[in-house]
Design a protein. Structure first.
Length: 303
């Protein structure tokens, strides 16, 4: 509202925080809340000044749970805003009127503040009884000094609890060492179990590796054995094929070699002396027969 009047007086807009800065420059003019003033030029007394005690007591009655702020003061008798064609005399008269109104508000506020402080001092004890919280610690247990309470069951329970707690502290102090030793034993047992599990896992891995190596070794042995069997079968088959081929040639065996096997005499086909036709060269035949016995596949026929 002050910003609106300043705009009407100056003829131009003022900043939004102008009213706040104005109140900061004049701390004695602060009020809780300013209500829209009437357009009459006569001044009236504030609403709260008629009964200041009621307003102060109402504020103190709800100090425990502060409600929403309620306006305690109101400014009335504000002069009407001047038009854009107002004269300097009208402007000065309105300015003087506003200054008087502010001075009157300052006096009323100081008076109300003094009355409120006096009331608080007079009712300080009652206020403390009504709203002050007792910060002293409450007694947790009863003792035999309060004889008139000893007949109640609650007191007996509290005394038994107090005695139990004093003895329980001694028990816990003595048992603390045993608990510490038991905790160390539990930790040591857990470590031993973990080490045993690690060793068992290592043995299992080693055993699995050995089993895999044995399987590989057995597979290699089986492959070697199968290779030997294959070579023997191939050799035997080649020998049989050679004997069958020589038998198919129908070469008569000589009488001078009755004990010579057919596989050896089959190579005597073309080993004859070039000078004596029809006679077999015995040295060449013997050499070829010997080489054939060593390796039948390498035997060749020579003329």
């Amino acid at each position: 509202m002050l910003a609106d009047y300043a705009h009407d007086i100056c003829g131009k807009e003022v900043s939004k925080n102008w009213a706040q800065k104005f109140v900061e420059r004049h701390p004695d003019l602060k009020v809780n809340e300013i209500i829209t003033a009437t357009t009459t030029t006569t001044t009236t007394t504030p609403v709260a000044s008629e009964d200041p005690l009621s307003s102060a007591s109402g504020a103190q009655a709800h100090s425990a749970v502060p409600p929403e702020p309620i306006p305690q003061f109101a400014i009335s008798g504000m002069p009407p805003p001047l038009g854009p064609k107002a004269s300097y005399n009208n402007l000065h008269s309105q300015n003087d009127h506003l200054r008087l109104l502010l001075e009157w508000s300052r006096i009323k506020l100081k008076k109300a503040y003094a009355i409120q402080k006096l009331m608080e001092r007079e009712n300080e004890w009652l206020h403390m009884v009504a709203f002050h919280k007792d910060k002293s610690k409450k007694k947790k247990t009863y003792s035999s000094l309060e004889a008139h309470h000893m007949t109640s069951e609650e007191t007996m329970d509290e005394l038994a609890k107090m005695e139990f707690m004093t003895k329980w502290k001694d028990v816990m102090k003595e048992a603390g060492q045993h608990f510490k030793i038991q905790r160390q034993m539990i930790v040591q047992h857990e470590r031993e179990v973990e080490e045993q599990q690690c060793k068992a896992e290592a043995k299992r891995v080693e055993k699995a590796a050995k089993a895999a190596a044995q399987e590989v070794e057995q597979a290699l042995k089986a492959m070697k054995k199968q290779g030997k069997k294959g070579r023997k079968a191939t050799k035997k088959k080649s020998t049989q094929d050679h004997d069958t081929f020589m038998e198919d040639l129908n070469i008569p065996l000589p009488d001078s070699h009755p004990s010579t096997p057919s596989s050896e005499l089959s190579f005597l086909l073309s080993f004859s002396d070039p000078e004596t036709s029809g006679v077999v060269n015995e040295e060449s035949a013997e050499e070829i027969s010997t080489s054939h016995c060593r390796n039948p596949r390498r035997a060749v026929l020579t003329k």
